[in-house]
Design a protein around this ligand. Structure first.
Ligand SMILES: C[S@@+](CC[C@H](N)C(=O)[O-])C[C@H]1O[C@@H](n2cnc3c(N)ncnc32)[C@H](O)[C@@H]1O
Length: 230
């Protein structure tokens, strides 16, 4: 873990910014905006967020459910999910993405006053990132599991499990292939069938608590599913 004084200086005192030497070449050119986070599908962002809020509600708050103290948004981009799904529920957030520009934009512009409730920004590839132990009530991974190999995803999930607080959960929300595995030629992501993702989750020693398909998306786009696990 390396803190760059350059970035550190720009951040408010309650905020830590940790940066890892980024060895992965970013081959994409994603805009620092909601459009950039959503590819060509900005018009479905609100439906997506509403589906996420409803799914999260089932597992958070109340006896035996996850708490509402702290969440981690993995592959957070500029914080679209943090702002619209996680901040309304959790006291504090932490955010992880391999793109420093996205984290800067989240902190300086996109999150507004909510940025004060971000405890730490981690500029890491998830495959190199070990989240702190026993810290999070919810770890949210949206449209980022598809950028990890099977092995990296399984190992990251194992590390995530160790970073959950009691009753804490992990949520993966991602594109799922109708059959087998497909490589997305635009961003080189891997679109897996739901059963393949479930297998990786089981191999990581996690228990699946709920699985739901995102409703309301146009038929022509790849199905998006949400999986909650602990
Ligand atoms: C399609 S965007 C989704 C952003 C956000 N989760 C959302 O739903 O709005 C994918 C994000 O994952 C990040 N990402 C891709 N591969 C990653 C990796 N290996 N480690 C960390 N972040 C990664 C990208 O930088 C980008 O911000």
């Amino acid at each position: 873990i390396r803190c760059t004084s350059h970035i550190h200086g720009k951040f408010k005192t309650n905020t830590r910014f940790q940066k890892h030497q980024n060895k992965t070449k970013d081959l994409r050119n994603i805009l620092t905006s909601e459009e950039g986070m959503m590819g060509d599908f900005i018009e479905i962002s609100e439906i997506d967020l509403e589906g996420s809020r409803a799914f999260l509600k089932k597992f958070v708050g109340g006896p035996g459910k996850a708490g509402t103290k702290c969440a981690l948004d993995c592959g957070c981009g500029i914080g679209r999910v943090s702002k619209n799904v996680l901040f309304p529920v959790f006291e504090t957030l932490e955010m992880a993405d391999m793109m420093e520009d996205f984290l800067n934009h989240a902190h300086e512009c996109y999150l507004g006053d909510d940025a004060d409730r971000v405890e730490c920004y981690y500029c890491y590839n998830l495959q190199d990132f070990t989240p702190p132990l026993n810290k999070y009530d919810v770890i949210w991974m949206q449209w980022v599991a598809c950028h990890l190999t099977d092995k990296d995803l399984m190992e990251f999930l194992i590390r995530c499990k160790a970073s959950l607080r009691p009753n804490g959960i992990i949520v993966i929300k991602d594109n799922m292939a109708r059959q087998g595995c497909k490589l997305d030629p635009i961003d080189s992501s891997l679109i897996r069938h739901l059963d393949i993702v479930k297998n990786i989750i089981y191999k990581a020693g996690l228990e699946i608590l709920g699985v739901e398909r995102q409703q309301g998306f146009p038929e022509q786009i790849i199905p998006v599913w949400m999986i909650a696990m602990k």
